[in-house]
Ligand binder design. Structure first.
Ligand code: MN
Length: 143
């Protein structure tokens, strides 16, 4: 619960745990990522199902990391990324694309779009957790 007397500053963990915001319209995929992140109980897992909801949630309570599906209803992940980058509260938040777009060139396009990293489904759990650890450290200003 957020203390309204002492509202969290941008980038400050809401409940003492770094917040990871998962943007995923597929419930099964969201649950899978939540399960994988269960290996990091020090992280708070939040989930939204659209890019619009991601922008609203992240700008209101900036997370330390966004895990962004690319193919979403409404605005796509790249558009949501652009809106996060354009907002002062979230311009520096690391955003990782998590997508099944595994065709040659997609990763390069994802990085060119401004994603901090690009993860292809099905995710490699060990690599994914290592990436999350690095990105949360960056989003925390610790690296
Ligand atoms: Mn999707």
């Amino acid at each position: 619960m957020v203390d309204i007397q002492h509202p969290a500053r941008p980038g400050e963990p809401v409940d003492g745990r770094p917040r990871v915001l998962c943007v995923e319209d597929n419930l099964v995929n969201a649950r899978l990522i939540e399960k994988v992140l269960g290996a990091r109980p020090g992280l708070r897992f939040d989930w939204v199902a659209s890019g619009e909801a991601a922008v609203a949630s992240a700008t209101a309570t900036p997370p330390q990391l966004v895990l962004m599906d690319v193919n979403l209803p409404g605005i796509d992940g790249a558009t949501a990324l652009a809106r996060l980058r354009a907002h002062p509260a979230t311009s520096d938040v690391p955003v990782v694309a998590v997508t099944s777009n595994a065709m040659l060139g997609d990763e390069a396009r994802g990085i060119a779009a401004g994603f901090d990293a690009y993860v292809t489904k099905p995710i490699d759990v060990v690599e994914f957790l290592a990436l999350v650890d690095r990105m949360v450290a960056v989003g925390d200003g610790a690296a």
